[in-house]
Ligand binder design. Structure first.
Ligand SMILES: NC(=O)c1ccc[n+]([C@@H]2O[C@H](COP(=O)([O-])OP(=O)(O)OC[C@H]3O[C@@H](n4cnc5c(N)ncnc54)[C@H](O)[C@@H]3O)[C@@H](O)[C@H]2O)c1
Length: 372
Protein backbone atom coordinates (compact mmCIF):
# COMPACT_ATOMS: atom_id res chain seq x y z
CA UNK A 1 0.00 0.00 0.00
CA UNK A 2 1.43 3.38 -1.04
CA UNK A 3 0.91 6.76 0.52
CA UNK A 4 -2.37 8.69 0.27
CA UNK A 5 -2.01 12.19 -1.20
CA UNK A 6 -4.55 14.96 -1.08
CA UNK A 7 -4.24 18.71 -1.45
CA UNK A 8 -6.25 21.83 -0.69
CA UNK A 9 -8.24 23.61 -3.39
CA UNK A 10 -8.92 27.30 -2.68
CA UNK A 11 -11.29 29.32 -4.86
CA UNK A 12 -11.12 33.11 -5.19
CA UNK A 13 -13.61 33.78 -2.40
CA UNK A 14 -11.71 31.52 0.00
CA UNK A 15 -8.45 33.26 -0.94
CA UNK A 16 -10.08 36.56 0.05
CA UNK A 17 -11.27 35.09 3.36
CA UNK A 18 -7.73 33.84 4.01
CA UNK A 19 -6.31 37.36 3.58
CA UNK A 20 -4.96 37.56 0.04
CA UNK A 21 -5.98 41.23 -0.21
CA UNK A 22 -4.00 42.24 2.90
CA UNK A 23 -1.46 44.45 1.14
CA UNK A 24 0.18 45.64 4.38
CA UNK A 25 1.03 42.03 5.29
CA UNK A 26 2.10 41.23 1.73
CA UNK A 27 4.59 44.15 1.71
CA UNK A 28 6.21 42.72 4.85
CA UNK A 29 6.27 39.19 3.40
CA UNK A 30 7.83 40.49 0.20
CA UNK A 31 10.43 42.45 2.10
CA UNK A 32 11.35 39.17 3.83
CA UNK A 33 11.55 37.46 0.40
CA UNK A 34 13.79 40.28 -0.89
CA UNK A 35 16.12 39.27 1.98
CA UNK A 36 16.09 35.63 0.78
CA UNK A 37 16.84 36.82 -2.76
CA UNK A 38 19.85 38.74 -1.49
CA UNK A 39 21.12 35.67 0.42
CA UNK A 40 20.47 33.42 -2.60
CA UNK A 41 18.01 31.12 -0.73
CA UNK A 42 15.75 30.56 -3.75
CA UNK A 43 15.83 28.84 -7.12
CA UNK A 44 13.85 29.87 -10.17
CA UNK A 45 13.73 28.11 -13.53
CA UNK A 46 16.35 27.36 -16.15
CA UNK A 47 20.08 26.75 -15.97
CA UNK A 48 20.63 30.26 -14.60
CA UNK A 49 18.21 29.50 -11.70
CA UNK A 50 16.85 32.96 -12.39
CA UNK A 51 14.37 32.64 -15.21
CA UNK A 52 11.15 34.64 -14.92
CA UNK A 53 9.33 31.78 -16.65
CA UNK A 54 8.61 30.23 -19.98
CA UNK A 55 5.98 31.57 -22.36
CA UNK A 56 3.86 30.16 -25.14
CA UNK A 57 3.98 32.96 -27.70
CA UNK A 58 1.62 32.48 -30.62
CA UNK A 59 2.61 33.11 -34.25
CA UNK A 60 1.45 36.21 -36.17
CA UNK A 61 -0.28 34.00 -38.75
CA UNK A 62 -1.18 30.34 -38.79
CA UNK A 63 -2.58 27.81 -41.24
CA UNK A 64 -4.50 26.19 -38.35
CA UNK A 65 -7.90 27.79 -37.77
CA UNK A 66 -8.01 27.19 -34.01
CA UNK A 67 -4.49 28.32 -33.21
CA UNK A 68 -4.46 31.61 -31.28
CA UNK A 69 -2.53 34.43 -32.96
CA UNK A 70 -0.04 36.90 -31.53
CA UNK A 71 -1.28 40.21 -30.15
CA UNK A 72 -0.60 42.70 -27.34
CA UNK A 73 -0.25 40.89 -23.98
CA UNK A 74 -1.26 37.58 -25.67
CA UNK A 75 0.49 34.57 -24.12
CA UNK A 76 0.40 31.60 -21.82
CA UNK A 77 3.12 31.43 -19.23
CA UNK A 78 4.51 29.06 -16.60
CA UNK A 79 6.49 30.67 -13.76
CA UNK A 80 8.28 28.30 -11.38
CA UNK A 81 10.25 28.71 -8.18
CA UNK A 82 11.55 27.14 -5.01
CA UNK A 83 11.59 29.55 -2.07
CA UNK A 84 13.68 28.85 1.03
CA UNK A 85 13.75 30.34 4.53
CA UNK A 86 10.63 29.60 6.59
CA UNK A 87 8.71 29.02 3.32
CA UNK A 88 10.63 25.97 2.04
CA UNK A 89 8.11 25.30 -0.73
CA UNK A 90 8.14 24.83 -4.50
CA UNK A 91 5.43 26.03 -6.85
CA UNK A 92 4.23 27.24 -10.20
CA UNK A 93 2.00 30.04 -11.41
CA UNK A 94 0.35 29.21 -14.72
CA UNK A 95 -1.64 31.80 -16.63
CA UNK A 96 -3.03 32.88 -19.95
CA UNK A 97 -3.51 36.50 -21.08
CA UNK A 98 -5.79 37.88 -23.76
CA UNK A 99 -6.35 41.62 -24.00
CA UNK A 100 -9.93 41.23 -25.27
CA UNK A 101 -11.04 39.20 -22.23
CA UNK A 102 -12.58 42.20 -20.41
CA UNK A 103 -15.12 42.45 -23.27
CA UNK A 104 -16.21 38.91 -22.26
CA UNK A 105 -16.58 39.76 -18.57
CA UNK A 106 -13.23 38.13 -17.74
CA UNK A 107 -9.94 39.53 -16.44
CA UNK A 108 -7.19 40.03 -19.06
CA UNK A 109 -5.21 37.22 -17.50
CA UNK A 110 -6.48 34.14 -15.63
CA UNK A 111 -4.07 32.59 -13.17
CA UNK A 112 -3.72 29.48 -11.00
CA UNK A 113 -0.97 28.45 -8.55
CA UNK A 114 0.10 24.92 -7.64
CA UNK A 115 2.28 24.53 -4.50
CA UNK A 116 4.33 21.39 -3.90
CA UNK A 117 6.26 19.81 -1.06
CA UNK A 118 9.89 20.35 -2.14
CA UNK A 119 10.93 16.95 -0.76
CA UNK A 120 8.15 14.47 -1.67
CA UNK A 121 7.00 16.65 -4.61
CA UNK A 122 3.34 16.04 -3.64
CA UNK A 123 0.91 18.85 -4.38
CA UNK A 124 -0.01 20.88 -1.29
CA UNK A 125 -2.49 23.36 -2.73
CA UNK A 126 -4.14 24.43 -5.97
CA UNK A 127 -5.36 27.98 -5.76
CA UNK A 128 -7.11 30.74 -7.65
CA UNK A 129 -4.25 33.17 -8.21
CA UNK A 130 -5.57 36.33 -9.86
CA UNK A 131 -5.58 38.12 -6.51
CA UNK A 132 -2.26 36.59 -5.38
CA UNK A 133 -0.70 37.89 -8.55
CA UNK A 134 -2.19 41.37 -8.53
CA UNK A 135 -1.51 41.95 -4.81
CA UNK A 136 2.04 40.57 -5.00
CA UNK A 137 2.73 42.70 -8.08
CA UNK A 138 1.44 45.84 -6.38
CA UNK A 139 3.34 45.19 -3.17
CA UNK A 140 6.76 45.16 -4.87
CA UNK A 141 6.33 48.90 -5.56
CA UNK A 142 5.24 49.09 -1.92
CA UNK A 143 8.63 47.72 -0.82
CA UNK A 144 10.29 50.01 -3.40
CA UNK A 145 8.46 53.00 -1.94
CA UNK A 146 9.49 52.00 1.60
CA UNK A 147 13.18 51.95 0.66
CA UNK A 148 13.56 54.34 -2.28
CA UNK A 149 10.97 57.14 -2.08
CA UNK A 150 11.43 60.45 -0.31
CA UNK A 151 9.81 60.23 3.10
CA UNK A 152 7.90 63.46 2.40
CA UNK A 153 6.52 62.33 -1.00
CA UNK A 154 3.08 63.93 -1.42
CA UNK A 155 2.02 63.30 -5.03
CA UNK A 156 1.62 59.85 -6.58
CA UNK A 157 1.10 59.51 -10.34
CA UNK A 158 -0.41 56.28 -11.68
CA UNK A 159 0.12 55.59 -15.37
CA UNK A 160 -2.58 53.10 -16.37
CA UNK A 161 -5.92 52.55 -14.65
CA UNK A 162 -6.13 48.76 -14.91
CA UNK A 163 -6.07 46.23 -12.07
CA UNK A 164 -2.27 46.10 -11.79
CA UNK A 165 -1.99 49.88 -11.51
CA UNK A 166 -4.69 49.85 -8.83
CA UNK A 167 -2.90 47.24 -6.74
CA UNK A 168 0.40 49.15 -7.10
CA UNK A 169 -1.36 52.24 -5.79
CA UNK A 170 -2.86 50.31 -2.84
CA UNK A 171 0.65 49.34 -1.69
CA UNK A 172 2.34 52.68 -2.46
CA UNK A 173 -0.39 54.44 -0.46
CA UNK A 174 0.43 52.30 2.59
CA UNK A 175 4.12 53.24 2.46
CA UNK A 176 3.91 56.89 1.33
CA UNK A 177 2.74 58.18 4.69
CA UNK A 178 2.52 61.83 3.59
CA UNK A 179 0.54 61.26 0.41
CA UNK A 180 -1.90 64.08 -0.35
CA UNK A 181 -2.69 63.85 -4.05
CA UNK A 182 -3.04 61.16 -6.73
CA UNK A 183 -2.97 61.86 -10.46
CA UNK A 184 -3.98 59.20 -12.92
CA UNK A 185 -3.26 59.03 -16.62
CA UNK A 186 -4.80 56.37 -18.84
CA UNK A 187 -5.33 56.30 -22.61
CA UNK A 188 -9.04 56.19 -21.72
CA UNK A 189 -9.76 59.21 -19.56
CA UNK A 190 -13.03 57.76 -18.24
CA UNK A 191 -11.07 54.84 -16.72
CA UNK A 192 -8.69 57.30 -15.03
CA UNK A 193 -11.65 59.33 -13.76
CA UNK A 194 -13.36 56.26 -12.32
CA UNK A 195 -10.12 55.24 -10.56
CA UNK A 196 -9.68 58.78 -9.17
CA UNK A 197 -13.26 58.80 -7.87
CA UNK A 198 -12.72 55.50 -6.05
CA UNK A 199 -9.52 56.78 -4.44
CA UNK A 200 -11.24 59.93 -3.17
CA UNK A 201 -14.22 57.97 -1.87
CA UNK A 202 -12.10 55.29 -0.19
CA UNK A 203 -9.26 57.35 1.23
CA UNK A 204 -10.38 60.98 1.16
CA UNK A 205 -7.35 61.88 -0.97
CA UNK A 206 -7.44 64.50 -3.71
CA UNK A 207 -7.40 62.44 -6.94
CA UNK A 208 -7.90 63.49 -10.56
CA UNK A 209 -7.44 62.31 -14.15
CA UNK A 210 -4.75 64.07 -16.20
CA UNK A 211 -5.21 65.11 -19.83
CA UNK A 212 -1.70 64.04 -20.81
CA UNK A 213 1.16 61.89 -19.59
CA UNK A 214 3.40 64.95 -19.37
CA UNK A 215 0.94 66.89 -17.20
CA UNK A 216 0.80 64.00 -14.73
CA UNK A 217 4.47 62.99 -14.64
CA UNK A 218 5.75 66.56 -14.10
CA UNK A 219 3.89 66.69 -10.77
CA UNK A 220 4.85 63.26 -9.41
CA UNK A 221 7.01 62.50 -6.39
CA UNK A 222 6.28 58.81 -6.96
CA UNK A 223 5.35 57.70 -10.47
CA UNK A 224 3.99 54.19 -10.84
CA UNK A 225 3.87 52.92 -14.42
CA UNK A 226 1.61 49.89 -14.91
CA UNK A 227 0.01 50.37 -18.32
CA UNK A 228 -0.51 47.55 -20.79
CA UNK A 229 1.17 47.62 -24.18
CA UNK A 230 -1.78 49.13 -26.10
CA UNK A 231 0.47 52.15 -26.77
CA UNK A 232 4.04 52.90 -25.61
CA UNK A 233 4.58 55.04 -22.52
CA UNK A 234 7.29 57.54 -23.55
CA UNK A 235 8.63 60.17 -21.15
CA UNK A 236 11.18 62.97 -21.34
CA UNK A 237 14.05 63.42 -18.91
CA UNK A 238 12.97 66.91 -17.82
CA UNK A 239 9.43 65.76 -16.90
CA UNK A 240 10.81 63.84 -13.89
CA UNK A 241 11.38 66.16 -10.99
CA UNK A 242 14.18 66.30 -8.44
CA UNK A 243 13.78 63.63 -5.77
CA UNK A 244 11.25 61.61 -7.77
CA UNK A 245 10.95 57.83 -7.72
CA UNK A 246 9.65 56.18 -10.88
CA UNK A 247 8.64 52.52 -10.69
CA UNK A 248 8.36 50.48 -13.90
CA UNK A 249 5.88 47.67 -13.24
CA UNK A 250 4.88 47.88 -16.89
CA UNK A 251 6.99 48.95 -19.84
CA UNK A 252 8.15 52.58 -20.00
CA UNK A 253 10.72 54.57 -21.98
CA UNK A 254 12.50 57.70 -20.80
CA UNK A 255 15.01 59.82 -22.78
CA UNK A 256 18.41 58.17 -22.43
CA UNK A 257 19.73 61.35 -20.78
CA UNK A 258 17.62 60.50 -17.69
CA UNK A 259 19.66 57.37 -16.96
CA UNK A 260 22.98 59.24 -16.98
CA UNK A 261 21.96 61.08 -13.79
CA UNK A 262 19.28 58.89 -12.16
CA UNK A 263 20.02 55.93 -9.87
CA UNK A 264 18.76 52.58 -11.06
CA UNK A 265 17.53 49.65 -8.91
CA UNK A 266 16.19 46.27 -10.00
CA UNK A 267 13.89 43.75 -8.34
CA UNK A 268 16.53 41.09 -9.10
CA UNK A 269 19.46 41.94 -11.37
CA UNK A 270 20.26 38.22 -11.81
CA UNK A 271 16.84 37.58 -13.33
CA UNK A 272 17.29 40.56 -15.66
CA UNK A 273 20.71 39.21 -16.66
CA UNK A 274 18.89 36.01 -17.70
CA UNK A 275 16.35 38.04 -19.69
CA UNK A 276 19.21 39.99 -21.27
CA UNK A 277 20.97 36.78 -22.32
CA UNK A 278 17.69 35.51 -23.82
CA UNK A 279 17.50 38.70 -25.92
CA UNK A 280 21.06 38.14 -27.15
CA UNK A 281 19.98 34.77 -28.55
CA UNK A 282 17.40 36.47 -30.79
CA UNK A 283 18.23 37.83 -34.26
CA UNK A 284 19.64 41.39 -33.96
CA UNK A 285 16.44 43.07 -35.24
CA UNK A 286 14.24 41.28 -32.66
CA UNK A 287 16.32 42.03 -29.57
CA UNK A 288 15.24 44.36 -26.76
CA UNK A 289 11.73 44.89 -28.12
CA UNK A 290 9.45 43.20 -25.59
CA UNK A 291 9.84 43.36 -21.83
CA UNK A 292 9.74 45.87 -19.02
CA UNK A 293 13.46 46.70 -18.83
CA UNK A 294 14.31 46.54 -22.53
CA UNK A 295 15.21 50.18 -23.01
CA UNK A 296 17.85 49.87 -20.28
CA UNK A 297 19.08 46.53 -21.63
CA UNK A 298 19.61 48.19 -25.01
CA UNK A 299 21.58 51.00 -23.40
CA UNK A 300 23.74 48.41 -21.63
CA UNK A 301 24.24 46.53 -24.89
CA UNK A 302 25.39 49.78 -26.53
CA UNK A 303 27.81 50.49 -23.67
CA UNK A 304 25.83 53.50 -22.43
CA UNK A 305 25.22 52.00 -18.98
CA UNK A 306 27.25 49.58 -16.82
CA UNK A 307 26.27 45.90 -17.25
CA UNK A 308 23.73 44.05 -15.10
CA UNK A 309 26.58 42.33 -13.22
CA UNK A 310 27.17 45.75 -11.60
CA UNK A 311 23.48 46.59 -11.11
CA UNK A 312 21.89 46.98 -7.67
CA UNK A 313 19.00 44.73 -6.59
CA UNK A 314 16.51 45.97 -4.03
CA UNK A 315 17.12 42.88 -1.84
CA UNK A 316 20.68 44.10 -1.23
CA UNK A 317 19.27 47.44 -0.08
CA UNK A 318 16.71 45.71 2.16
CA UNK A 319 19.42 43.72 3.98
CA UNK A 320 21.80 46.71 4.14
CA UNK A 321 24.46 45.38 1.71
CA UNK A 322 23.89 48.30 -0.69
CA UNK A 323 22.79 51.90 -0.32
CA UNK A 324 19.26 52.99 -1.12
CA UNK A 325 18.23 56.65 -1.34
CA UNK A 326 20.89 58.88 0.21
CA UNK A 327 19.49 62.33 -0.61
CA UNK A 328 16.13 63.96 -1.14
CA UNK A 329 17.37 65.36 -4.45
CA UNK A 330 18.34 62.21 -6.32
CA UNK A 331 16.04 60.74 -8.94
CA UNK A 332 15.54 56.99 -8.73
CA UNK A 333 14.17 54.44 -11.17
CA UNK A 334 13.10 51.02 -9.85
CA UNK A 335 12.42 48.31 -12.43
CA UNK A 336 10.33 45.30 -11.48
CA UNK A 337 9.30 42.57 -13.90
CA UNK A 338 7.68 40.21 -11.45
CA UNK A 339 9.04 36.90 -10.25
CA UNK A 340 7.52 33.56 -9.33
CA UNK A 341 9.13 33.80 -5.85
CA UNK A 342 6.46 36.40 -4.98
CA UNK A 343 3.66 34.12 -6.17
CA UNK A 344 5.01 31.13 -4.29
CA UNK A 345 5.76 33.08 -1.08
CA UNK A 346 2.51 35.05 -0.88
CA UNK A 347 0.30 32.11 -1.87
CA UNK A 348 2.04 29.89 0.72
CA UNK A 349 1.26 32.47 3.41
CA UNK A 350 -2.41 32.47 2.31
CA UNK A 351 -2.46 28.67 2.20
CA UNK A 352 -1.19 28.57 5.80
CA UNK A 353 -3.91 31.04 6.85
CA UNK A 354 -6.54 28.94 5.04
CA UNK A 355 -5.42 25.78 6.86
CA UNK A 356 -5.67 27.56 10.24
CA UNK A 357 -9.13 28.87 9.30
CA UNK A 358 -10.39 25.52 7.97
CA UNK A 359 -11.05 26.98 4.51
CA UNK A 360 -11.01 25.22 1.13
CA UNK A 361 -11.79 21.82 -0.21
CA UNK A 362 -9.56 18.75 0.16
CA UNK A 363 -9.10 17.00 -3.21
CA UNK A 364 -7.81 13.47 -3.46
CA UNK A 365 -4.93 12.74 -5.81
CA UNK A 366 -4.88 9.05 -4.87
CA UNK A 367 -5.50 6.74 -1.93
CA UNK A 368 -2.47 4.81 -3.09
CA UNK A 369 -0.52 5.62 -6.29
CA UNK A 370 -1.37 3.17 -9.10
CA UNK A 371 2.20 3.28 -10.43
CA UNK A 372 3.94 2.87 -7.09
N1 LIG B 1 5.94 43.68 -13.14
C1 LIG B 1 5.06 42.76 -12.84
O1 LIG B 1 5.23 42.00 -11.88
C2 LIG B 1 3.79 42.68 -13.62
C3 LIG B 1 2.84 41.70 -13.30
C4 LIG B 1 1.63 41.70 -14.00
C5 LIG B 1 1.42 42.64 -14.98
N2 LIG B 1 2.40 43.56 -15.28
C6 LIG B 1 2.19 44.57 -16.31
O2 LIG B 1 1.11 45.39 -15.94
C7 LIG B 1 0.45 45.80 -17.12
C8 LIG B 1 -0.97 46.19 -16.80
O3 LIG B 1 -1.72 45.05 -16.40
P1 LIG B 1 -3.30 45.13 -16.24
O4 LIG B 1 -3.76 43.75 -15.91
O5 LIG B 1 -3.65 46.24 -15.31
O6 LIG B 1 -3.70 45.49 -17.73
P2 LIG B 1 -5.08 46.04 -18.32
O7 LIG B 1 -5.00 45.81 -19.79
O8 LIG B 1 -6.25 45.50 -17.57
O9 LIG B 1 -5.04 47.61 -18.02
C9 LIG B 1 -3.98 48.41 -18.49
C10 LIG B 1 -4.42 49.85 -18.61
O10 LIG B 1 -3.32 50.55 -19.22
C11 LIG B 1 -3.87 51.51 -20.12
N3 LIG B 1 -2.85 51.89 -21.07
C12 LIG B 1 -2.31 51.16 -22.07
N4 LIG B 1 -1.37 51.86 -22.71
C13 LIG B 1 -1.30 53.06 -22.09
C14 LIG B 1 -0.50 54.22 -22.28
N5 LIG B 1 0.40 54.29 -23.26
N6 LIG B 1 -0.70 55.28 -21.47
C15 LIG B 1 -1.62 55.23 -20.48
N7 LIG B 1 -2.42 54.16 -20.25
C16 LIG B 1 -2.25 53.08 -21.05
C17 LIG B 1 -5.08 50.81 -20.72
O11 LIG B 1 -5.99 51.72 -21.26
C18 LIG B 1 -5.64 50.08 -19.49
O12 LIG B 1 -6.57 50.86 -18.78
C19 LIG B 1 0.58 44.58 -18.07
O13 LIG B 1 0.63 44.95 -19.40
C20 LIG B 1 1.89 43.94 -17.65
O14 LIG B 1 2.93 44.30 -18.52
C21 LIG B 1 3.54 43.58 -14.62
Amino acid sequence: MGKKTDFLYLNEQEMIQAGVLDAARCIDVEEEIFGLLSKGDYVMGGDSHNSHGIAIKFPAISEFPNMPLDGPDRRFMAMVAYLGGRFNVAGEKWYGSNIINPQRGLPRSILMILLNDPDTCEPIALMSANLVSSVRTGCVPGVGTRHLARKDAEVCVCVGAGPVSKSCFEAIRLEAKNLKEVIIYDLFKEKAEAFAKTITEKYGLKAWAADSLEQAVRLGDIISVAASSLAPVNMKNDWLKKGSLIIFTGRCNIDEEYFSSAKLYWDNAKMHATYYDEHLQLPEDQRFINGIGVQVYRMMYNGKLPPLSEAVSLGDVVVGKKEGRVSDDERICFITSGMPVWDVGWSYEIYQNAVKMGLGQKLLLWDSPYLN
